[in-house]
Design a protein around this ligand. Structure first.
Ligand code: NAP
Length: 284
């Protein structure tokens, strides 16, 4: 079996490592526009050989793991090139535009729209590692549009990585990701920006970060290329939740200014329910 990985960074590289464990006899082809990343991936034995898009017709499986806007542009051309039993799946953080891009493609049934809810703020092949997906959800969108034998193979493989599966429609997926993930990244980036603009002593940032700053701005260390692509692609749901968030911030500011401490307390107390939610819901 030949498995091609387009975008040999954190997610593509980690998937390649997992699949190497599952299929030790398979050959892994690395495709990436970053020559240094390809070199690292070869040196780390994440992939066996460097390839280009012209080699895609030889692949049995193709993982598409580049920023979402680039995936939307490339995916139809990939489907044009693949052989009849090849499965292509993408791992992009938004799903509506990718599913729309191939909706009427003659090889639509050879594509699976997936989103592993796993990752870190680190990027590139050096960040890839085994175990990244263990215990994490894999969201599959429009799974019924994928050919049954190819879908079964992918489901089995994801479960072997320790993932549990959830099924969602692309529009729903993008809306919920805007709420739970994309807003967190925006607020982390903007919190970091505000502090960098106001606190001109970097030593103070370093010394005082343990008070909560470090954990709250962890996401602000994420790749700007990847996140701009997500914000652009999921603009409407993000604008909607951003308005609600700004309303809450303005309300907080007003209540603090007016000394409405009981109201502030109640909001903080109500929000503590996150403790139960985040500890309590177990995978199916
Ligand atoms: P990453 O670590 O930056 O890896 C992406 C790799 O693809 C890099 O080597 C990058 O090179 C290369 N690349 C970018 N555009 C390309 C193009 N047009 N053609 C060929 N190579 C290209 O990113 P990642 O975190 O693995 O993210 C990959 C995908 O996974 C994204 O769609 C993202 O939305 C999704 N995802 C990410 C996470 C997460 O937490 N990171 C979680 C779930 C899903 P350069 O760095 O030189 O551009």
């Amino acid at each position: 079996m030949k498995i091609a990985v387009i975008g040999i960074g954190l997610i593509g590289g980690s998937l390649a490592k997992e699949l190497k464990k599952q299929y030790p006899q398979a050959t892994f082809l690395g495709i990436d526009h970053n020559a240094a990343h390809l070199e690292t991936a070869i040196a780390q034995e994440t992939v066996d050989t460097v390839a280009t898009l012209s080699d895609i017709d030889k692949a049995d499986r193709v993982i598409l793991s580049i920023p979402v806007k680039a995936s939307v542009a490339l995916l139809p051309q990939l489907l044009d090139r693949i052989s009849e039993n090849c499965l292509v799946w993408d791992v992009g953080s938004t799903k509506k535009s990718i599913c729309e891009a191939v909706a009427s493609h003659p090889k639509r049934e050879q594509f699976l729209a997936a989103h592993p809810i796993a990752g870190t703020e680190n990027s590139g092949p050096q960040a890839a590692h085994l175990g990244l997906f263990d215990g994490k959800p894999q969201i599959l969108c429009e799974a019924k549009k994928t050919r049954a034998d190819l879908l079964d193979w992918a489901k089995k493989s994801f479960r072997q990585m320790g993932m549990y599966l959830r099924f969602m429609e692309p529009k729903e997926h993008d809306k919920h990701m805007a709420y739970v993930s994309h807003l967190s990244h925006i607020s982390s980036f903007m919190l970091g920006k505000t502090v960098l603009e106001r606190e001109d002593d970097e030593q103070n940032i370093f010394d005082l970060a343990g008070s909560g700053f470090e954990s709250t701005v962890r996401l602000a260390k994420s790749s700007p290329e990847m996140w701009l692509s997500i914000f652009e692609d999921n603009k409407a749901p993000i604008l909607d939740i951003l308005t609600a968030y700004i309303d809450n911030l303005e309300n907080f500011r007003k209540q603090l200014e007016e000394g409405a401490y009981n109201d502030l307390y109640n909001q903080l107390k109500n929000t503590n329910q996150l403790k139960t939610i985040l500890n309590g819901i177990k995978p199916n």
